[in-house]
Design a protein around this ligand. Structure first.
Ligand code: GDP
Length: 532
């Protein structure tokens, strides 16, 4: 990284932190790699994938990702481009892991949604988009694979608007498609940018830019493409939504870009516009009001915990999003939820593809802190304000449940340790029947694939084999303690009463009819859909 003598404020203002979401295979990894290529963080494309497979070799619980071709957890990368310092948060594409995506989005200031131009909006895009929408952050759309024959660009815009329910506004418009994909037209600058081969995407694509009316483009594009572009632009100007920065920043309008991550065409124009439009970290809400990122008091929150990223180290990392102030290695901070002071000794950052020890970091950055088992998702760390708490990270209500126990009673200790750690990571939610010990646990997950990951990780990381019986419950409700009459509680046959990790009473139902029945039978009973 380049050493610059920038002030704290300059450092904050050059930060951009975004999450990247897509249906599997739309090209998220390829696009991320090309960002790194343009940022100079890697010298030639192709290295991310091979690094990824190397990582699989050491971090073998990720084997499951490889086997199924899906990304189970999200990771973080930092790189520099044009004096911006950019943090990318990768998210799992599969909907069964949308809980992880949600937590990751809590740490992002905007999102980039990658769509395959031949497929349009796909199933997982929808779900992930909804999660972004809940956060109200700006959502940028990158329509990828324009080097392949795909849907008509106008149809793709309609698809986004109809399926996702968000208005769209193209910033870059494609010139040709498939083999004839030549470049993009920037509607803001009224400028054409045509690309040259770029060594099949291995290196930065060279380009020719100029005004749309410039004669040379008639020759370069040919009469047909040039005319078609002019017609498209006229149509967009008349029929499309106009660019409205406020609406974009509020997540009500998505700016759309076209390109090909594979050939690099359109990648850099996207990156440049993205950096122009997005803002540095904004104030975050907390129990003490909005916290200004430019305030010099260091603060941040834990949004993700991941154990055993590297099996040989058996480490557990808590991911901290910095919200204000400068972070310095070795600093002592308040761990608000535990009411304790802790020293942040070996903080790590994820620069391009590597983990490095970090000396300093700024609002917008994500650092990994070694976690000896003291952190929970949502915890706040703060240098001076021991009472500061960032708004909590809500849990998704689980929709699938299973009863699990270990097949080997000698391994009970390991079993409970594994379950506890995975629950702390937020990978599963644990419930138990009141008055029954920890012999039998009920696990709740949002997506069924999480069960597979649970079984796999318990085996690989803790040497524990489990038996798992799926349960028919589909709905969960937390009982408002003050309305709960334990001695005179009427329950239906197909419903069970359990406790969550904090011993709160919780009901598991098979259908919505039973939910209504319980409310009718128990006067005054209040049920909540979330734990907080
Ligand atoms: P992810 O699952 O969203 O991370 O998708 P990947 O980046 O792994 O890409 C999935 C497949 O699509 C890979 O075979 C890529 O080489 C291919 N791909 C990605 N971007 C493009 C593109 O712009 N054009 C074409 N033709 N293929 C692409």
């Amino acid at each position: 990284m380049t050493e610059q003598n920038l002030s704290f404020i300059d450092e904050v203002r050059r930060r951009r932190t975004f999450a990247i979401i897509s249906h599997p295979d739309a090209g998220k990894t390829t696009l991320t790699e090309k960002f790194l290529l343009y940022g100079g963080a890697i010298r030639s494309a192709g290295s991310v994938k091979s690094r990824r497979s190397q990582k699989h070799a050491v971090s073998d619980w990720m084997e499951i990702e490889k086997q199924r071709g899906i990304s189970v957890t999200s990771s973080v990368l930092q790189f520099e481009y044009n004096n911006f310092c950019i943090n990318i948060l990768d998210t799992p594409g599969h909907q069964d892991f949308s809980e992880d995506t949600y937590r990751t989005l809590m740490a992002a200031d905007s999102a980039v949604m990658v769509i395959d131009c031949s497929k349009g909006v796909e199933e997982q895009t929808k779900k992930l988009f909804q999660v972004c929408k809940m956060r109200g952050i700006p959502i940028f759309t990158f329509i990828n694979k324009m080097d392949r024959e795909g849907k008509d660009p106008f149809d793709l815009l309609e698809d986004i608007e109809n399926v996702l329910g968000i208005r769209s506004c193209p910033v870059n418009w494609p010139i040709g498609s498939g083999k004839d994909f030549k470049g993009v037209f920037n509607r803001h600058k009224n400028q054409i940018e045509l690309f040259n081969d770029g060594n099949h995407g291995q290196s930065i694509a060279k380009s020719i830019t100029g005004n749309i009316s410039d004669e040379k483009f008639n020759t370069l594009l040919g009469d047909v493409l040039h005319k078609q572009l002019q017609n498209d632009i006229e149509l967009l100007d008349v029929a499309g939504d106009s660019f409205d920065l406020n609406q974009i920043l509020n997540g009500e309008l998505t700016p759309v870009f076209f390109g090909s991550a594979l050939t690099n065409f359109g990648v850099e124009p996207f990156l440049k516009s993205f950096l122009d439009i997005t803002t540095p970290p904004k104030p975050r809400s907390s129990n003490l009001g909005d916290i200004d990122p430019e305030s010099t008091n260091f603060s941040g929150f834990i949004f993700k915990i991941q154990a055993n990223m590297n099996k040989s180290h058996r480490d557990r990392i808590a991911f901290l999003r910095i919200c204000s102030g400068k972070f310095e290695k070795g600093m002592t901070v308040n761990h608000v939820q535990r009411n304790k002071k802790i020293k942040l000794a070996q903080p790590q950052q994820f620069i391009a593809q590597d983990r490095v020890i970090v000396d300093s970091a700024y609002p917008g950055d994500i650092i990994g802190i070694h976690d000896p088992g003291i952190f929970n998702i949502g915890d706040t760390l703060s240098q001076n304000q021991s009472k500061l708490q960032y708004s909590g990270i809500p849990q998704f209500a689980p929709e699938h449940f299973a009863r699990i126990s270990t097949t080997n009673s000698l391994k009970r200790k390991q079993f409970l340790k594994g379950i506890t750690q995975l629950a702390e990571e937020g990978a599963i939610q644990v419930y138990k029947r009141p008055n029954i010990g920890m012999e039998e646990l009920i696990i709740g997950v949002v997506g069924v694939l999480q069960f597979e990951v649970l079984e796999y990780r318990l085996k690989q990381e803790y040497g524990v084999y489990i038996t798992m019986n799926r349960l028919p419950y589909r709905y969960i409700r937390w009982i408002e303690e003050t309305t709960f009459n334990r001695d005179n509680f009427s329950i239906t046959m197909d419903t069970i009463l359990v406790e969550d990790k904090d011993k709160n009473p919780v009901l598991l139902f098979q259908n919505e009819w039973s939910v209504r029945q319980i409310i009718e039978r128990n006067e005054g009973l209040i049920l909540r859909e979330t734990s907080i």
